[in-house]
Write a protein that binds this ligand. Sequence first.
Ligand code: WTA
Length: 659
Amino acid sequence: MSEETLSNLSTETRSFEPPAELAAAANVKADAYAAADADRLAFWAEQAGRLDWAEPFTQVLDWSNAPFAKWFVGGKLNIAHNCVDRHVEAGRGDQVALHFVGEPGDTRDITYAQLKDEVSRAANALEELGIEPGDRVAIYLPMIPEAVIAMLACARVGATHTVVFGGFSADALASRIADCNAKLVITADGGYRRGAPSALKPAVDEALVKIDNDNTAIVENVLVVRRTGQDVAWNGDIDVWWHEVVDESSEIHEAKAFDAEHPLFVMYSSGTTGKPKGILHTTGGYLVGTAYTHHAVFDLKPETDVYWCTADVGWITGHSYIVYGPLANGVTQVLYEGTPDSPHKGRWWEIIEKYKVTLFYTAPTAIRTFMKWGRSIPDGFDLSSLRLLGSVGEPINPEAYMWYRDVIGGDRCPIVDTWWQTETGMMMISPLPGVTAGKPGSAMTALPGVGADVVDEAGVPVPNGSGGYLVLTEPWPSMLRTLMGDDERFVDTYWSRFKEQGYYFAGDGAKKDEDGAIWLLGRVDDVMNISGHRLSTTEIESALVSHPRVAEAAVVGAADETTGQAIVAYVILREGALAEATQGEELVAELRNHVAKEIGAIAKPRSIMLVPELPKTRSGKIMRRLLKDVAENRVVGDTTTLADSNVMDLIAAGAKTST
Ligand code: WTA
């Protein structure tokens, strides 16, 4: 983050006390911090009491083989029982679990009793298809109830799911299926996006062909939900319709208990190298962490609140705060399939008005988009049901915070700015809505039971008023256990930087203000944050270089008003490539589509500049900092370490003519 932004942040002095009424009735009060500090493990053991355990644990944390953690050792439980069955057993079967809203306007209310039947049917179907505990299942679905049901059914039978975001390409899907050796893929014919059906099954078909060619085939079946009714190619050997096998299965299914450390899911996330990391989460600690934080940070009152998290289940936010945490807490929530502007730009606000949503969780990139569209759109709806707003995915800039607070929250709702990661599984740094006075742009302090600090290069905590690296100082229940099949990379990536101190290195820059509140400053590695989605520069460079016309590529994340960062690529063509191409513009369009094909539409560069050279140090390292200056229209910084100092003049001149 630039110096300018840093100084802007340090002049931010506004702060908003919790509303008195909310504070008085808050689920979690200020004493939670002291209780957790006094005995952190006893605190987490108490939180574990929110769940039904089939067998109690004998030890809260086994850290003897750090950084490989075991939480709630010896405990056994079933996640689906905890998220569904027990609410029905407690007499809450008629409560709505999901208010589903399809993009075309179709709706479905699913009660906990109905969800129990659906999940049980799906679990029976998975077992009939030969899925056993420990098997991997890939899920590639739109935001429809079956996505939630499929995840819970996997958890119920002890299969490990990997949900692949529906916006990812066939190639990205193939590499994930192959990496985790999925035995089953659950998909749909398609889903609705921006007013039209968008196909999914063809990408699965293509992915399987690719995997077959690579001789890594272990996918035995593809289970297909009919959503859009569009035509699909059908392979009778492996394809089965959901409505045929699931709907025909019995709604009675016994949920067996699994060990607290049984693998629950793998979520692939971008790292600093090209290959995505398979982040592994397990059963007991993950559910304790997500259920507690959802209860504490959203001040959830399951009997009266209506909750809505706008994330996709293909991301960690959807896993932790649509599926597992909220359902473990017995929430009533909205599940929306589509985009915010279909069929009109007030769609989200219309949904809030209709379902009287009280707790709303979204991302800064969405808020900035709504700011651009203007307040007259949300002003046209009754948003008075809202009582609390949440933000996640990237730092929320103070302007966006104030707009969110004022226009959406009617100046009465507290905002919880929640910092966490795919790796942490649960929120780590966030205000408690009934306790903390929120400052626009700060995630404030570590939650009770969580240890976070900002340290310098040497791992020494910086004094208030200074910046450094964000670290997590204590293990936490929903921490990632490892990277699938790569313990060494797990240790290297997160635990080697501050090995001596035993700190987890988050990869984020941060600053402590004079009161000790934490301000996140963005990634310190080569990971970009595009609309709250993590993509690595290397990953996109590799995709570009895989195009036959590209010799070399450098990618930077440039500040972008709406998406936070935007992808800007600098490409050197192979000799003669430009002469072959009729026009540079056409080639640029082709390269953008190529990246979309390799990774997915979210990875499409905002702009691609065709350049004769890239700025490199004498040791050959690309100086992305300089390219970022060009991308952000700044005067180019210090070029004295460049091997060839003329390069930047050439690039800057080219950039002016090509954007
Ligand atoms: C960033 C998403 C500032 C951060 C849950 C982190 C944030 C990365 C915030 C993780 C926030 C997330 N303030 N930055 N409230 N929330 N980030 O794995 O850089 O998709 O490391 O998890 O997003 O992204 P991931």
